[in-house]
Design a protein around this ligand. Structure first.
Ligand SMILES: Cc1ncc(COP(=O)(O)O)c(C=O)c1O
Length: 389
């Protein structure tokens, strides 16, 4: 019997104890204010339902998603805490928001109108957060237009403006003065609300980077994403004692020795210069190893680094294990995580792939089973049912 699992031996391990410790590190930094945990994009690849359930048990007060569908997924998973839909909604989704008790960001008059009509039809008042653009330039009412936008709200009596927020563009560079400008502009928006006799309870601006370096952005609640999952938003921020929650693992599913001159993979981008032991891994770019890591990055086998050789393809990757003594069929391979004295982070993979940790984590495909670990418990969640881990 080969030392392979009874299924495709590729999985992401999510350490819920580490998640809980990261939450503790954030709480120690920001004091008693509530936390809105950002769990959009399947909780940055970690699995939204499981992560939110775990964080809710740990006392996280609110959750943030990008789109209503993600909020509904959390409700179906039993999440009861308030859920803010950070990206807003399409007007026809107003009823869905109310049905699932989702609180949307609002920044367009047609959103105000559709939410207000849906709320009036149901005989309820719909809570919403006003999204203000202070410099990110994507979504949100520009600060100068806030007074005019508040007039739209005035004509919509079934909406209660319970929050106002904005998003920071360069908080991961503590030396950039633009963040202070955004904070000032946000205060100007809050003054415009006060002038209209509106004082929402929830006033928020801080992403992970602002939690680390911009206390004036903490306001009434903070919205950590990346730092919850254990990564700093950049090398410039003041570190918090957090650790990566997710490990990505696979195994060698084929191994062979090839003579010098042999080429590997699509495009034949690698040619062996020596007699080379080539290991094929059961993982490709759909599983979270970006194609740009081809011929650049490495993985960990038996506590050693094995360079990626040839192109990463959709389902498979080849690595050079010539310098890994004893490397064999079935060996565990760490793409992200700790192996012996070596460790690889999503930030390192991101550097090879010329991207950011966020994208690497979100890029771990849905076919990769997630194995949730808490103490000695392990629970497998797979799109295909329940494989053994
Ligand atoms: C509006 C908003 N707030 C907070 C966050 C969390 O950001 P980060 O992962 O940098 O903490 C995001 C993520 O992009 C966001 O879109």
């Amino acid at each position: 019997m080969l030392p392979l699992d009874a299924h495709r031996p590729t999985w992401a391990e999510i350490d819920l104890d580490t998640l809980s410790r990261n939450l503790g590190a954030i709480r120690r930094r920001i004091g008693p204010r509530p936390i809105l945990a950002v769990v959009k994009a399947n909780a940055y690849g970690h699995g939204a339902a499981e992560v939110a359930r775990s964080l809710e048990t740990e006392g996280v007060e609110r959750f943030g998603v990008a789109i209503p569908e993600e909020g509904i997924e959390l409700r179906r998973a039993g999440i009861r805490a308030p859920i803010l839909v950070l990206g807003g909604f399409a007007p026809p989704q107003a009823d869905l928001l109310l049905q699932h008790s989702l609180v949307p960001a609002i920044y367009r008059p047609d959103q105000v109108e559709s939410l207000s009509s849906a709320a009036t039809r149901r005989g309820v008042t719909a809570p919403a957060h006003l999204k203000v653009d202070t410099g990110m330039g994507r979504l949100g009412v520009p600060v100068a237009d806030v007074p005019a936008f508040l007039e739209v709200f005035r004509r919509a009596p079934s909406i209660r403006l319970m929050g106002v927020f904005s998003h920071l563009a360069v908080a991961d560079d503590p030396a950039d003065p633009f963040t202070a400008r955004q904070i000032d502009l946000f205060q100007e928006a809050i003054r415009a609300l006060s002038a209209a006799r509106l004082s929402p309870d929830e006033v928020h601006l801080a992403n992970s980077a602002a939690i680390m370096d911009h206390p004036p952005a903490w306001l009434t609640l903070v919205r950590p994403g990346l730092v919850l999952y254990g990564y700093p938003p950049s090398a410039k921020v003041t570190p918090l004692p957090v650790h990566p929650v997710l490990s990505l693992k696979t195994r060698i599913i084929y191994i062979k020795e090839v003579p010098p001159g042999t080429t590997l993979g699509y495009g034949r981008t690698f040619e062996a210069r020596r007699s080379t032991r080539v290991a094929s891994l059961a993982l490709g770019y759909d599983d979270g190893l970006p194609r740009l890591v081809s011929n650049r990055g490495h993985v960990l086998v038996r506590g050693r680094r094995a360079p990626v050789v040839g192109r990463v393809s959709m389902d498979l990757t080849t690595v050079d294990v010539t310098d890994v003594p004893g490397a064999a069929l079935g060996d565990l391979v760490t793409i992200i995580g700790v192996c012996g004295h070596e460790a690889l982070g999503a930030d390192q993979v991101a550097a090879w792939a010329e991207t950011i940790s966020w994208e690497v984590l979100c890029g771990i495909g849905s076919r990769v089973p997630r194995v949730y670990v808490r103490g000695s418990e392990r629970r497998v969640v797979s799109r295909f049912g329940e494989p053994e881990a």
